[in-house]
Structures are given as C-alpha cells and as structure tokens.
Design a protein around this ligand. Structure first.
Ligand code: MN
Length: 398
C-alpha cells in the first residue's frame, strides 16, 4: 500500500505508474517527465535530478532499455509505498489537474496495422460485397502501412476537418471531407533501437517495446476510398493521429496478458508466438459528445503486437526509439463493439441516435470523441490508460 491518500478507482494506482510529459501551470518551467499516481503527478525530474527526465520527451529514458525501466519502476514503487521516503517525495507530487500534459514521446516512424478480424470483415463486406470479406493474405500476415509520424499529436489537439478529393457520380470533387471518422486503436511505443538488417524475433518483444498508449486514427473515408488503390492509405489518414498522454509500461500489463484467439491458418515460423503470447485483455470505450457509443474489446485481436513487431522487422527494417505502431481499429463481434463510425453506422445506412435527439453517420463540426481504456491490474483492481480526446473544427474556409 502507498502512504499516499489514493482516491478509489482513478485507475492510476501503484500497479499502473504510467509515464508522461508535463508542464505545471504555475511558473516558468520546461516540459519534464512525470508519473501518474492517484490524482497526482510525481515529478521525476525534480525528485531524481536525473537530466534524462528533464529532456521534455520520454525518448532518452525509453532508449535505456528494460533493465533501467524495471529499476526505476521498483524505485518509484518504493518511494510511494515506504513511509521513510514520504518527506522527500511529497514536495514533488503535483495535483494532476494543475499540470498540462504534452506529447509524451517524439515519434520516429509510425506504422498502423489492421489486425481486428471483425473490423477487416466488416469493411470487406461493405467495400467488396460478393467477394470474401478477408483478403487472401489477411490470416498469413499482419497487414499494415506506414503513416505520417509528424502529424501524430497529443490528446486535445483540434481535429481540423481535412479537405481533399473524393469521388462523386459526376466525377472527382474537391472539398471538406463529408465522411470524417474515428478509429479506436491501441499503440505500442518502441524504446530500444534495433540493427538494420537484423529482424526482431517475436519473443524479443519486451526487450524493445516500452509501453502502450491509446490512439485515434482519424480517417476521412471519402478521401480514403478514392485514393487508396493500389498503394493504400495516404491523405485520408495523414492529417492527424491522436495519442493519449500517458504511456503505460508493459510491466503494468502482466495481469492483462491473455491468449489470442485461435488462428485458423498455420503461421509461418517467424510469427509463431508459442506459449507466451502478447494478446492483451484491454477494455476500450468510445464516447461521442459524452455518450458511450462503443466498447471495443482488445483481447480478440487476431494479431498481437509481438507478431506485428516481428513482421515489421522481418525484412531487416530497423527500429528507432520512439517508433509507434498501432493495432488497427479495434472491433469486436457485437455491433456495440465496433471501433469506427463507418462500422457503427454501417457505411452511413444505419445512423446512430444520440441522447440530444440528433443522429450521426460520420462526424460533424464541433463533435468531440473520447477514447478510454482499462485493464486488469495485478492486485485485482483496474488500471487506466487515461484518454485520447479530439474535437472537430470546420475546414479552413477557401
Ligand atoms: Mn487505423
């Protein structure tokens, strides 16, 4: 138990200890590393004096590797549980509502996968009616694409409605997207770089990956539908990707590890995840203007993050500190578990009813979307991933 007075059910108990970057509202100060505990932030730069925590990004600390991560985590646990440290630690605990949270890490490369079978099948049914819902490669490799690292932004960044080309019956037109959507995803952040030409085996996942955040992969479906053949997503995705401010370390997720679903095609050896797979039982929730519209279950994802990491390096591509790879839209089998509006409204055919009497197919200007998640903690409670939020602003006027 901690000597701190922890309010119940913040999800930021002693078993979580996620890392973020913050500035305090009072006084001039530089962005620095903090750990969420209860409704406080522990200022690691102030408490430890270690310059690695005063860089304004988690990258330098993440690059130190698993021994450093484990060592600091056990020290933080001791500082917050042993009353002998209380006097020294207390001045470095700031109320969480008094700080501003920043982008937690500098994104190196960004990859987005497509690993929910339900999501892939739903989109296959909508876009390729009459053909098999899954493409022939889907059960043999985790499909992904390289996204735009420079437009990955922290929670709260306004979502300016993108403009671009979309198809109409009278030919292509240019204008603000009319089908702006969300994708509720889980992101994995690489700490330790790898060597060019040397693949990272599926079982080395925890030697490279530091932690987990939430991702909203904002998507303009009309731009995407017109541009994506044959090279995949481009401007329909690259205008903004939002991430949550707290990165939950893998060490906090031991109780959330679970078995992946049965794979009904044999895996090639480099994707075999054996006895210690990295499926994670995370419960996501998507809120639109405050109303819960979906509860996607992460546990059913066909491909795990360890398999995604093995796949994205199997050709010899190297990892850099700060690489972010996201799961792909998380959707479950039930209609209430779909992680995008294009699925929830079935391509616009079944509008969602909101409590204010309005309906939605895709996002309107002013709409706010919040994604949250929790997971089982080692003490039987729940840990929180915090939230990733974004509000839609009108497209710039011509
Ligand atoms: Mn996506």
């Amino acid at each position: 138990m901690t000597w701190l007075d922890l309010p119940e059910s913040t999800g930021f108990g002693i078993t979580n200890l996620p890392y973020g970057i913050f500035t305090s509202a009072s006084g001039p100060d530089r962005p620095r590393t903090g750990v969420a505990i209860g409704d406080h932030v522990l200022d690691l730069a102030g408490l430890t004096g270690d310059p690695v925590h005063a860089t304004g990004t988690l990258n330098a600390f993440m690059a130190q590797g698993p021994e450093s991560w484990a060592s600091l985590r056990s020290m933080i646990t001791a500082w917050l549980t042993d009353p002998a440290h209380q006097e020294r630690v207390t001045p470095h605990l700031l109320p969480r509502d008094s700080v501003s949270l920043r982008m937690p890490f500098e994104v190196a490369d960004y990859v987005d996968f497509y690993s929910s079978r339900d999501h892939a099948e739903n989109l296959g049914r909508m876009f390729r009616p009459g053909s098999p819902a899954l493409t022939p490669n889907w059960k043999h490799l985790p499909i992904g694409y390289h996204g735009r690292a420079g437009t990955v932004q922290p929670s709260g960044t306004p979502v300016v409605r993108p403009q671009g080309q979309y198809r109409t019956d009278d030919g292509p037109r240019f204008g603000p997207s009319r089908r702006l959507d969300i994708e509720a995803e889980v992101g994995f952040v690489v700490g330790v770089p790898s060597t060019l030409g040397t693949p990272v085996p599926v079982h080395d996942f925890s030697a490279y990956v530091f932690g987990v955040c939430l991702v909203n992969d904002w998507s303009a479906r009309d731009l995407q539908a017109w541009e994506y053949v044959p090279l995949g997503p481009f401007l329909g995705k690259s205008f903004l990707t939002s991430v949550s401010p707290w990165v939950v370390p893998l060490a906090a997720l031991t109780a959330a590890r679970t078995k992946p679903p049965v794979r009904d095609e044999p895996l090639l050896p480099y994707l075999e995840d054996g006895d210690e797979p990295w499926a994670l039982d995370l419960s996501l929730e998507v809120r639109l203007n405050g109303t819960a519209v979906s509860r996607p279950p992460f546990r059913g994802m066909y491909w795990t993050a360890a398999q995604q990491l093995a796949h994205m390096t199997v050709n010899g591509a190297s990892l850099r500190t700060g690489d972010l790879f996201a799961s792909g839209t998380v959707s479950g089998p039930d209609p209430s578990e779909r992680g995008s509006l294009i699925e929830l409204s079935w391509n616009g055919a079944e509008p969602l009813a909101l409590p204010d009497g309005s309906t939605r197919t895709f996002l309107e200007d002013g709409d706010e979307v919040t994604i949250t998640a929790t997971a089982l903690a080692v003490d039987g409670g729940r840990i929180s991933f915090g939230e990733v939020v974004g509000r839609v602003r009108p497209a710039p006027s011509a």
